[in-house]
Each structure stands twice: as structure tokens, then as C-alpha cells.
Design a protein around this ligand. Structure first.
Ligand SMILES: C[S@@+](CC[C@H](N)C(=O)[O-])C[C@H]1O[C@@H](n2cnc3c(N)ncnc32)[C@H](O)[C@@H]1O
Length: 243
């Protein structure tokens, strides 16, 4: 059994490679995977950093297919952040796994990024959805959603996402148990704690694992405080008691 890095009533956070830890989770043991993997990884076709774009994409798709296959085994649904550059890799990986993308959501950031010197300035990213039995209950939900974001990284992770975006994904499939195999600074975990869900996280970089553990612990303390406030009543001596 792998020892968790952080554990509480609602949270289990592992430090390690998700390709090693995912196989230890039982079939169908979570409602949804809500995640945000690195957008370009294992892409060096000749191992020297000289890129052959199509070979790189296929190499990358093998790695994506490995964790997408595991997500399908353990979860009723998968949401994954991506961008237009990695979309083709995701499509190839999904075809290889035999699990088609059901919807592609545009996350409108309500903010315009700096971009390069030649193209348009970016203001959106994408979130793909795969269903493995769990579906989106609210038939009124559109595939364009706005969650305000900006270049500021409040918890020190360069790819941090808004809590509201990750919460939207869990809400949409009414998930009670959520897994994020690429936890980063713990945004999905915080979204889960705020909404009374159970969370399983995996993060390979110890620095981010530590940030995630502290962030999630803080969110748990705040949730407990709120619960206490709503259950607090004055006693006969005038003090307040949480019950
Ligand atoms: C895009 S970031 C996630 C950011 C996160 N959504 C947040 O808001 O902070 C992807 C994370 O996956 C981690 N990662 C990369 N490869 C991994 C692997 N094989 N297993 C587990 N984590 C991995 C990276 O260290 C990185 O922190």
C-alpha cells in the first residue's frame, strides 16, 4: 500500500507518479476525474530535443492514453483541461483508448493574456469531457463558461486554475468523490472541500504536493469554522458552543 503524503477525513493526497499510483485504485472507485495535466510532455522524438512535430505528438499521445485509460477504469466521468495545441494529442489518445470525447468546453477567462509577438492574444482554454456512465444532468448547460482569471498565480503554481472552474466540472456530473491525478497546487482539492466532496489527489513534484497539502488543510479548517458558525448557539452562561 502506498503511504499518502496527506490524509484527512475527506482527503487522500499521494506524492508520486500517477501512472504508478492510479493502478492501485479500485475499478469504479471515484465518481469523476477532474484534472489539468501538463500540456506538452514526453514529446522529444529523438531524445535530444530536436523536434519532429508529428512524432512528438504521437509520443505524447501514448502518455496521455495511459492515464486516460486508467481514468476510464476508475471513474464515471473525466474532465481534463487542455489548450488548442494539445487538443490533437488528446484526440489521438482518446481514439487509441477507444473512449471518445463527449464535449469540449471553452473556458473563457474574461482576461486577455500577453501572447507572442505575431498572433492573437489568448483569452480562453479548453476542457474536454468524457462520460463513462455519468452524464451532465442539467441539459441547459452551455459549452462556453466564464471563470474570471488573470496572470496572477496566488499559490505559486505557474499553471494554477480557478477554483470555480474545477468546481463547475464536479458539480456538472454531481460527483461526490473526485480524483485529480495532476493535483499541482491543489485547486481541485480546495473546490471539493468547499463543496463537501471527498478528494483523492496525486502530484509528482514534492514542492507542489506540499503547497497542495497546506492549501487543502486551510480549506478544511475554514469549512469546519463555517460549520461551527452555522451550528453555534449561545449557552445559558452567554458563551457560545459549537456542536
Ligand atoms: C498543469 S499542472 C496542474 C495545476 C493545478 N490545476 C493547479 O491549479 O495548481 C500539472 C501538474 O501535474 C504534475 N505532474 C506532471 N507529471 C505527473 C505525473 N506523472 N504524475 C503526477 N503528477 C504529475 C506537475 O508537477 C504539475 O504540478
Amino acid at each position: 500500500m502506498i503511504e499518502p503524503y496527506y490524509q484527512s477525513d475527506r482527503v487522500t493526497l499521494y506524492h508520486g507518479d500517477c501512472l504508478a499510483i492510479l493502478p492501485t485504485l479500485e475499478d469504479g472507485s471515484v465518481d469523476a476525474v477532474v484534472t489539468d495535466p501538463p500540456y506538452g510532455i514526453n514529446t522529444k522524438s529523438d531524445g535530444m530535443g530536436k523536434l519532429n512535430p508529428w512524432a512528438d505528438l504521437c509520443n505524447s499521445a501514448m502518455w496521455y492514453a495511459a492515464w486516460i485509460r486508467e481514468s476510464r477504469r476508475v471513474a464515471g466521468a473525466l474532465w481534463s483541461c487542455l489548450n488548442w495545441r494539445s487538443l490533437v494529442t488528446f484526440q489521438k489518445a482518446s481514439c487509441d483508448v477507444g473512449w471518445p470525447i463527449e464535449s469540449l468546453m471553452v473556458w473563457h477567462k474574461d482576461w486577455i493574456g500577453p501572447g507572442g509577438t505575431r498572433g492573437l492574444r489568448p483569452s480562453y482554454e479548453l476542457v474536454a469531457f468524457w462520460s463513462n456512465g455519468r452524464t451532465i444532468a442539467d441539459r441547459g448547460l452551455s459549452d462556453v463558461q466564464t471563470f474570471k482569471w488573470c496572470g496572477h498565480k496566488p499559490n505559486g503554481h505557474p499553471a494554477e486554475k480557478p477554483v470555480g472552474l474545477m468546481q463547475f466540472c464536479a458539480d456538472a456530473v454531481q460527483a461526490s468523490v473526485v480524483l485529480d491525478p495532476f493535483t499541482g497546487s491543489g485547486t481541485t482539492g480546495v473546490a471539493c472541500i468547499k463543496t463537501g466532496r471527498r478528494f483523492i489527489g496525486i502530484e509528482i513534484d514534492e514542492k507542489y504536493c506540499e503547497i497542495a497539502a497546506r492549501r487543502i488543510q486551510k480549506a478544511e479548517a475554514e469549512a469546519m469554522e463555517q460549520l461551527c458558525d452555522s451550528n453555534t448557539s449561545p449557552t445559558t452562561t452567554g458563551e457560545t458552543r459549537c456542536h
